[in-house]
Design a protein around this ligand. Structure first.
Ligand code: ADP
Length: 250
């Protein structure tokens, strides 16, 4: 049994670790933005147009990285406070998935996206915006951790016995090692590999995804092999009474 003091110490340590990680995550892109802006200002005439464009693209890239980080941090802070308003409604998942695929397709133009939807999938009782956030995170990961021209497949099935709707996002990427699978859902957790180092991310996406899925009484599982990964989310099918709108302040 933990004493009250031990519990407070643990919380304080988690808070210190959080601030230190966030500061580090902010400092890296900021240092790079400042460095390239200084070079452009001090040596503009000495640089070739190609070099200038390259430096400006790095500044843009790093600014996007900061925006993503700040947006994810705001989501985490809202999720962990009691301020998050969840608007539960019986939602048809197919159009939500289709619109998420359209959004992702615009970012990953060389990937192929395939859908494999069973017929007559029942609605599920979720907050539609949060479901969209979950699917975008999974589709984004499936695309960025797999090579160009590879296929990302979304499968939607129903489990009739238990009245479940099962959504799988499957990729053909390098996969996640068995020993890393438990870590990927932790805050700021990124698996260190030559591949991950080249890909932008802050390790908050899957933490946010899992928290949102579980807030909406769903479940998330992963299956992975060197041939690719599958992220499987499961929700209970909505009942007839679920068709009204419920607003719940968590
Ligand atoms: P981010 O992508 O910002 O690093 P996430 O929380 O979304 O953060 O993912 C955590 C880590 O899990 C990633 O850094 C990556 O190592 C691993 N990962 C997530 N999705 C996949 C995937 N589809 N294929 C391979 N690795 C993945």
């Amino acid at each position: 049994m933990q004493t009250e003091k031990e519990e407070i110490d643990k919380l304080e340590q988690a808070h210190i670790d959080f601030i230190s990680t966030v500061s580090h995550e902010l400092r890296t892109p900021l240092t790079s933005i400042r460095g390239f802006a200084e070079t452009l200002l001090s040596s503009y005439d000495k640089l070739t147009p190609e070099q200038r464009e390259k430096f400006l693209l790095i500044i843009k890239d790093q600014s996007n990285r900061l925006i993503n980080l700040v947006e994810n941090l705001l989501t985490v802070s809202k999720m962990q406070s009691d301020k998050e308003l969840m608007v539960y409604k019986a939602v048809d998942v197919i159009p939500v998935i289709e619109s998420c695929i359209q959004i992702i397709k615009n970012q990953y133009k060389t990937h192929q996206y395939e859908c494999n939807f069973e017929k007559n999938i029942p609605k599920i009782l979720v907050d539609s915006d949060k479901l969209q956030q979950i699917l975008i995170n999974l589709l984004d990961n499936a695309s960025k951790y797999s090579s160009e021209n590879s296929i990302v497949t979304v499968i939607v099935k129903q489990n009739y016995d238990e009245d479940l709707v099962i959504i799988t996002v499957k990729d053909q990427g390098a996969g996640i090692k068995e020993e890393d699978i438990t870590k990927i859902f932790n805050k700021f957790s990124r698996i260190d590999s030559p591949l991950t180092r080249k890909i932008q991310g802050n390790g908050l996406g899957l933490f946010i995804t899992k928290t949102l899925v579980e807030k909406m009484q769903g479940k998330i599982d992963v299956k992975s092999s060197p041939l690719g990964s599958e992220f499987i989310i499961t929700f209970k099918a909505a009942t007839l009474e679920d068709n009204g709108i419920k607003k719940i302040k968590e």
